[in-house]
Design a binder for this molecule. Sequence first.
Ligand code: FAD
Length: 562
Amino acid sequence: MTDRMPSQKIVIIGGVAGGATAAARIRRLDEHAEIVVLERGKHISFANCGLPYYISGKILHKSKLTLQSPKSFKDRFNIDVRIQSEAVLINREKKLITVSNLASGEVYVESYDKLLIATGAKPNMPTIPASIEDQVFTLRNIPDMDRILRYIDTRRPRSAVIIGSGLIGLEIAESLHAHHIDITLVDRLNQVLPAIDYDVAAEVKQYIEKLGMKVLLSEKVQAVSATENGLTLQLSQSVIDAEMVIFASGVIPESRLASQAMLALNNRGSIIVNKQMQTSDPSIYAVGDAVETTNLVTGEKVFAPLAGPANKQARVAADHICGLTSSYHGVQNSSIVKFFDLVIATTGINEKTANRLGLDYDKMWTYSPSHATYYPGSQMLSIKTIYEKQTGRILGAQVVGFEGVDKRCDILATAIHFGTTAKQLGQLDLCYAPPFSSAKDPVNIAGNAISNVIDGLVKTYHWHQVPSLARDGSVTLLDTRTTEEYQNGHIEGYINIPLDELRSRLSELDNNKPIFVTCQIGLRGYVAARILTQHDFTAYNLSGGYKLYQTIYHDSEVMMPW
Ligand code: FAD
């Protein structure tokens, strides 16, 4: 080290995803800056995303969760990391921060030239009576995780209620299941996994229930109170008992400091930043879960509390602090979760958003094998693709399956990022050998299926339109699966002509009536619709076929998705 004067003094509040990333990048760009990281917890740069896997026992050693320590940060980056140090006040005029040392009780003041706020978010939960606090949990950091494990070890709970069925709710459910705890998942929405659409979530719900977990939807927690043996939860429509309750019902930005410092916040409490991650005070930057960002597809201002955006924003802020030209443009809400063997991934906008914004969109369901069916181990995956009707531009996608879901969703994320159309998706030159894919990858197939609609080769209809199709003989409802498949279950009112017999039995159909075709997944239905159209019938193919219809109508009460 030299005794050269520091080029600038940068203080970072929060030492995990956004804060630690920014600190390391600043050091790589500016060897002479003085960098101080204030973290109120005992750990820095820990893997929040790994916490559920330590609870389940998949990650065996807790040390794997802590990627850095104050010492390793000092040794590698010459960064002054102070744990158990809470920033309690920002004085913007004098560029001072009041810091409380939570270990010693000492309160002191630290100056800065540039300040970066990376304070993250906090769990969204109601106030819990003190008498039951020890049985109610959230999962945000290592102490939260330790509390959950301690409770499991000492109290051996047999049942748990998880409030919130989002990504973290599902991960927690799996991790508690590993401790032989009966799980009930509660969500205030009429579906699990709020980030995806109702019709995609239907398959996930079935999977959860097959594992023996209970799912209670359209239920809000009204009150939690103690009973002799545990807790009782008063929900909007029912009452349930449990021995532990975990709130995984989303997070809210941790922006108290920014608010006290009169920095501009939006009405949800997120810190407003520009593309260089500067707040309304140009000397103060903010990144991660604490900030508002932009949805790249819609241009809307959104809250995207995920690790990817936090890391990218941190890099941009660090670049700008160090004089590099760099900007952050926004998120497309790409996310993924593995729940036991099922993988669910989403990117871009979902149909709920497209519908809310009144976009001129349509959707396509495609089911494809994860790799060549003749090579062992291939499994079906489903893709729901949302696209702009006029241009064919891909707006969003949701992928569910077992193998290769991440790859397909990431290809679609890249496609959306670059404004790719369905036609271009069909043409993407992707890697292929039998263990990995098919010569036409599921993503190519999604693109081709949409192109067929845009080119006018086929008209589609959707599962939610099926109940309202006339059953009075004015239209023909046609199931083109084999007789055996049809006999095993079909949609009420559909007649059966197997695809391979269709050409020879066209005379049985009235070409004055529109024909609504279905098959198992939409592929044979497409072939049937092509045959019919070229014989002067008006035909529509059911996107996703009987498989999707049956997954959704499996529940006796189907609610419309929007
Ligand atoms: P954080 O990483 O939360 O860091 C904020 C830090 O600031 C905290 O350590 C806090 O103690 C500190 N702090 C707050 N106020 C002060 C103060 N006044 N003074 C000093 N320090 C302060 N995202 C994904 O993309 N994929 C996943 O699989 C995923 N899984 C997750 C699983 C779990 C269980 C959790 C909790 C989160 C998961 N996330 C995931 C979300 C991801 O972890 C967050 O989006 C990311 O950590 C946000 O980074 P951040 O720097 O904004 O906040």
